[in-house]
Design a binder for this molecule. Structure first.
Ligand code: URA
Length: 254
């Protein structure tokens, strides 16, 4: 099981009912483990919104920064330790409505900035689409948190072993962020969560439920940037994702 769900409210039977629906009543706010995370300067630089400071924000921030510290000290992949400039943990709202799952930080992007999907064309496109579609509480992360390079110094896909080595970090992020929807950016991300038997068809995306979260297949922004998929359809897909997140999109019968 990859998508770990932690109850939002921790005490009381009414709270438990609402937790099952993913709702926190005002009365139970102090018992909720985490609300929207206070953003750090790197997130501000990436244009993310700043929530008001609260005790729960502080707690969440602490939890996220503890997770970040443990991820940043990872040395599981010898080759990635050699070629990475830095480790790039996921960033965004905690909890989040939508978690975007990419592949690995890019050489010109996250590997330089320390923030997933920032500083390069993929990041620009993804963030523009998120902004335009009106999605707000999002978390952005990758299958692998270090930049994989080939012998010529170019970006390459992570190997199965590298993805497996990073799986615990992804699980920990899922457990903290508890996304309602996971937008899988590219086939590798989709296959990691649903396996190889279910085809990756973002053009007619059929969201799938797994472990309490909806998985939504989308093309990777790099695919769109190189002209392999029209921007107009990509914007339509984001609008669909946004309607799904708002509960306004009916799921096809599976
Ligand atoms: N930047 C990321 O963080 N992930 C990708 O998959 C591509 C670019």
């Amino acid at each position: 099981m990859l998508v770990a769900q932690v109850p939002r409210c921790t005490q009381g039977s009414e709270a438990a009912v609402h937790a099952a629906r993913g709702i926190c009543l005002p009365d139970f706010r102090t018992q909720c483990r985490e609300k929207t995370v206070a953003l750090n300067p790197s997130m501000l630089a990436a244009g993310m919104r700043v929530p008001p400071p609260t005790a729960t924000n502080y707690q969440t921030n602490n939890t996220l920064s503890r997770l970040h510290s443990s991820i940043r000290s990872c040395t599981r992949c010898e080759e990635l330790v050699r070629c990475r400039s830095r480790v790039v943990p996921g960033e965004g709202s905690v909890p989040a409505d939508v978690l975007f799952l990419g592949i690995a930080p890019g050489r010109l992007g996250g590997d330089r900035t320390g923030i997933p999907f920032s500083g390069d064309r993929s990041g620009q496109l993804l963030r523009r689409m998120i902004e335009r579609s009106g999605l707000e509480r999002v978390f952005i992360t990758n299958l692998v948190r270090c930049n994989p390079r080939d012998a010529g110094g170019r970006n390459r896909d992570p190997t199965h072993t590298e993805i497996a080595n990073c799986r615990d970090h992804l699980r920990a992020e899922f457990a903290l962020v508890r996304p309602r929807i996971v937008a899988c950016l590219g086939r590798l991300a989709w296959q990691e969560l649903v396996g190889r038997l279910i085809p990756f068809v973002p053009r007619q995306a059929r969201p799938m439920e797994r472990d309490g979260a909806l998985l939504f297949p989308m093309y990777h922004p790099a695919f769109v940037n190189r002209g392999a998929y029209p921007l107009r359809l990509y914007a339509r897909d984001f609008a669909r994702l946004s309607r799904l997140s708002a509960g306004a999109l009916r799921l096809p019968r599976g």
